[in-house]
Each structure stands twice: as C-alpha cells, then as structure tokens.
Design a protein around this ligand. Structure first.
Ligand code: QUE
Length: 349
C-alpha cells in the first residue's frame, strides 16, 4: 500500500485525499491503483453513498502525472513502465466516469493534466479562488490525455481547442463559466461543506448553500474571438488567424501557441475531432492510450520534460520544429491501432 493517497470512510462517505505534497500531488501508478481499489470496493458497498476527492495538507490539488517516471521509462525500458502507468491512470479515469455513486471533487488549487482526469468525471466539481486549471501537455510534448479527448471538444465553442493549444490557465470563476466546475465557493467554506457531506446532508444542498458569487470570468470577454480563431480546422489556420488579428490578446495567444510542441497541437486537433465521434468514454480512452503509447516514446516528450521539469530552462527544441513539418504520416502513425494485446481495456464488470 502507498501513503501517497489517504483512504478513509466517514459514516456513509468514502474519502480519498491525494497525499504527495512534494510533487503537488501529481499522480503515480500506486496512487491510481489505490484509488481504483477503494472505488471498486465502495461501488459494491451498500454502506457507502458518496465519495469525496481532495488533497491532504498544504497546496493542492493535483499538478498532473508522474511524467518524470514516464520519461525515464521511455529512455530505459522502451516505455513499458510508462505504458503501465497510463493504462492504470486511464482505468481510474474511466472508473470515475462510469461511477454509479456521486463523487465530489474539491479542485482547491492547481488542477492540471492528471488532476483534470480525476476531477472532470466527478458529478460535483468544486472550484475556489485557489483553482488554477490547465491542460499544459503542449509544454512537454505530450498531448491532452486523461479523457480530454472527450471533455474538451464538448465545451462550448472552441474553448477546448483554446485550452489545449495555449495551455491557458483558467481561474475558478473561469472553470465555472466553462462548466469545468459545477460550483464555486471560497476556500474557507470548503472544510465546513465537506463536514456536512460527511454528516449525511444532501450534497446538492450543501454545495449550493456554500457557494459564493464568483468574480466575473475574464475569458467571457474573449469568447467570441476564441471561437472565431480557435474554431478553425488546422493548426496552421489558427496560427494565421492569430497573426492576422492585431489585438494584444491575439499576439499573446500567438506566442503561447507557437511555444508549444507543434506535434502536440496537431495531435490534439485530430484527437478532439475523433473524440467528438466517440460513442463511449471507453472508446475515447482506447484512442488516448494509443496516442500515449506513441507520444511518450518521441523525442519531444523527453525534451519537453527536460526543459520544463528537469533543467527548467523552458527552452525545448521540438522536432519537427514547425507545424508545416508535422506531416500527416506522422500523425497517422500516432493514432494507429496498438498491436495485439497492447490495447487499453477498462476494469472488467
Ligand atoms: C506540463 C505538464 C505537466 C507539468 C508542467 C507542464 C505535467 C506534470 C507536472 C508536474 C508538476 C510538478 C510535479 C510533477 C509533475 O507539470 O503533466 O511530478 O512535481 O505532471 O508545463 O503536462
């Protein structure tokens, strides 16, 4: 058992607290497996009605996944342990998406990558003034995974493309605006809300009563531009549209898009087009596991993790370096079926 996640029950409520403070609670494979084991048990347990997901003491909520381990795996064991991590993480994401009892996620802090994967499937998603939501995989040459292929293209307008291509940081009120959270409350109200849920009070009423009026979401003022520009079909067209728009906003977003891994951008646009067509979340996870199996082995991922998390020079050398050089055959290979026995499968039952 791992102490990287705390698992308790209080009366009729299960409680999962992420507890890896040195890595801002970024998910490891043992954490994913411990969470899944608890959730599978509670799913069949008539004594449990609901689940709370939060982080233990200190800053939260969840900065992503254990990408340093995945990088090491790509360099040292051909990606075997990296794939095992993604397989376990995506099983957890899918278990939560299909969970028959309400889960309440408190996104009270940084919520990136893996943290998005364990909060978005929850019926109740609580943002606060501490929430900082992002899908920043373009910074490390990965791709927006953990179910982003399902969630992001289903957000209003072109919000999903915008989030994936710019790695924009969304505040709590912006999460509420986008539907990434269902409630917004002051962080000082969170402890009392959890206590009332644990005491058996009606979850919806508790969250409603604890909610506060958020500040105005800044993104709302840019939504029309985001939809017009980021709604275009290709990365090249989106970049051209940003270049053609003289506003300070467009120039800032242009810089953001151009700093990201161009293969990530093209993969995300194709992934979202396919994800829209997926009939089930499981179909989307099969696709994402194929993509992950390829992307984790590419130069860009090792280079991106080096630049952002190891050397912290934030100056990755992408290869291919520009969208024009990311050819269709490269993308096709990334989306191709995995060999026999190598596809993602959900938990049985
Ligand atoms: C993009 C990412 C990640 C990131 C930063 C990015 C990511 C991730 C982490 C992260 C942060 C702190 C940790 C850790 C991981 O940062 O996926 O282990 O201690 O997990 O710009 O995709």
């Amino acid at each position: 058992m791992t102490d990287e996640v705390h698992i308790h029950t209080h009366g009729r409520v299960g409680h999962i607290s992420l507890n890896r403070p040195k890595a801002l609670h970024a998910l490891t494979q043992p954490m994913c497996e411990a969470m899944s084991e608890a959730l599978l048990g509670w799913r069949e347990d008539d004594a449990i009605d609901a689940v709370i997901l939060d982080h233990a003491e200190g800053r939260g909520f969840c900065a992503g996944g254990d990408v340093a381990m995945v990088r090491k795996s790509a360099l040292e064991d051909d990606g075997k342990s990296g794939r095992a991590f993604f397989h376990a993480e995506y099983r957890l994401n899918h278990l939560m998406f299909t969970y028959p009892k309400p889960i309440v996620a408190f996104m009270d802090g940084i919520t990136m990558g893996g943290g998005v994967g364990v909060s978005q499937p929850c019926k109740y998603r609580v943002a606060t003034e501490n929430t900082m939501f992002a899908m920043p995989e373009g910074n490390i040459g990965l791709f927006p995974d953990v179910g982003a292929g399902w969630y992001l293209p289903r957000l209003r307008g072109a919000t999903g493309n915008f989030l994936a291509l710019t790695a924009a940081r969304m505040s709590g009120e912006e999460c509420l605006w986008a539907g990434l959270s269902t409630h917004y409350m002051a962080s000082e109200s969170v402890a009392a809300a959890k206590a009332k849920i644990i005491a058996g009070e009606d979850i919806e009423a508790v969250l409603k009563n604890a909610s506060a009026t958020p500040p105005e979401a800044r993104i709302a003022g840019n939504a029309a531009k985001i939809d017009a520009i980021f709604g275009k079909a290709t990365l090249e067209e989106i970049i051209a549209a940003l270049q053609a728009d003289g506003s300070d906003w467009a120039q800032k977003e242009l810089k953001a898009v151009q700093a990201k891994c161009p293969t990530t951008g093209k993969v995300a646009l194709r992934q979202f087009a396919e994800g829209t067509k997926c009939e089930t979340f499981a179909d989307n996870m099969v696709m994402e596991y194929r993509i992950a199996s390829r992307m984790m082995l590419r130069h860009d991922f090792a280079e991106g993790v080096r630049a952002v998390l190891i050397d912290k020079d934030n100056n990755p050398a992408w290869d291919p370096a520009s969208p024009e050089d990311v050819h269709e055959a490269l993308i096709e290979g990334i989306f191709a079926e995995n060999p026999d026995g190598g596809e993602w499968t959900p938990f049985p039952g």
